[in-house]
Design a protein around this ligand. Structure first.
Ligand code: PHE
Length: 341
């Protein structure tokens, strides 16, 4: 029996040395110390021993059990530590590796130009308005004195939603004049930027969708001199002091008199070059004194109040501001282009 116990002890300890996982330890515990284990089997034979031998063997068996238990314990600890070590090694983070570059976009050139325009007008006491792109023909045309049959109302020029040509994508920001007159107290000073839509083919200077900024002032005693003074100031702030402008007579149904404003060509200074097509001037915006009938339709007495309005193309302004040659670049969202501003 003594030999048996010694053998169990030696075998078990050797097996423990080989153990690689905690599952191995569980199996060894069952094999040697379990109810049907080898040590238990030896102990069951104690009855056959003499009274003198029994305590000695009992002591010996207890020693073996204690040795195995402590060996199991320490091996289990060792395995745990090894596993932790491995895990830490696998999860190591190299804090010296440079981080991933976060790409932050920036303002689109057209919105840079728009923000400049807004800032200039806000500085002069104007309010910025936002309005719907789906508009009633009543506001886009009728209330702006463009009656039935006016060429701009044609289906070949305008996107309508219904057979009766009553709901449309606005073709200009000018309906915002009417919306302001209908909803605001006099005097009024507003600018209203936004998208407008026309049935144009895409080319270097045209797009079926583009942006305008509408501007309008209504007060007592407002004259064409105010229009010219204000727009000249705006142009100098946008394009630099001393930038010359020129006002040409034009026609819009909702202004009388109407004009177009040109800026002296930034390329040739007015001599004439390919950029200004030899003109020396570049057309920038349409403007005029608000037609008395438009004021009347809004319930404003044209004998007491007068006003002026303008509409400026935003893409064109940005193209001039940043010397961009092709309108399509503004809409293509090519990062290589946009990153330059
Ligand atoms: N709405 C006109 C256009 O789109 C521009 C304009 C606005 C003209 C205001 C006069 C007054 O061409």
């Amino acid at each position: 029996m003594k030999e048996q116990l010694a053998k169990i002890r030696a075998e078990a300890l050797a097996a423990l040395e080989e153990a690689k996982a905690s599952a191995d330890l569980d199996a060894l515990r069952v094999k040697y110390l379990g109810k049907k284990g080898e040590l238990t089997a030896v102990l069951k034979q104690m009855g056959k021993l003499s009274a003198e031998e029994r305590p000695i063997m009992g002591q010996l068996a207890n020693d073996v059990r204690a040795a195995l238990e402590s060996a199991l314990e320490s091996t289990s600890k060792k395995l745990e530590e090894a596993a932790l070590e491995l895990k830490l090694k696998a999860e190591v983070v190299d804090v010296t590796i440079p981080g991933k570059e976060v790409k932050i976009g920036h303002k689109h050139p057209m919105y840079i130009a728009l923000d400049e325009i807004k800032d200039i007008f806000i500085g002069m006491g104007f309010t910025v308005l936002d309005g719907p792109e789906v508009e009633l023909a009543e506001l886009n045309f009728d209330r702006l004195n463009a009656e039935e049959g006016h060429p701009s109302r044609d289906w070949s020029d305008t996107f309508y939603f219904d057979e009766d040509s009553r709901v449309m994508l606005r073709s200009q920001t000018s309906p915002m004049q009417v919306r302001a007159m209908d909803s605001m107290e006099l005097p009024i000073r507003i600018v209203a930027p936004g998208r407008v839509y026309r049935k144009d083919e895409v080319d270097a200077t045209h797009s079926p969708m583009f942006h305008q900024v509408e501007g309008m002032v209504i007060d007592k005693g407002v004259t064409m001199a105010d229009l010219k003074g204000t727009l000249n100031t705006v142009v100098e702030q946008l394009y630099g002091e001393g930038t010359k402008t020129r006002f040409r007579p034009h026609h819009f149904p909702f202004t009388e008199p109407s004009c177009e404003m040109d800026v002296q060509c930034h390329k040739c200074g007015g001599v004439g070059c390919p950029t200004c097509k030899g003109e020396g001037w570049i057309e920038l915006l349409g403007a005029g004194m608000i037609h008395p009938r438009v004021l009347e339709m809004a319930g404003i007495d044209p004998e007491v109040y007068s006003g002026w309005a303008f509409g400026i193309g935003l893409e064109r302004t940005a193209m001039r501001r940043f010397k961009i040659a092709d309108l399509r670049l503004i809409f293509e969202n090519d990062i290589r282009f946009l990153e330059q501003f």
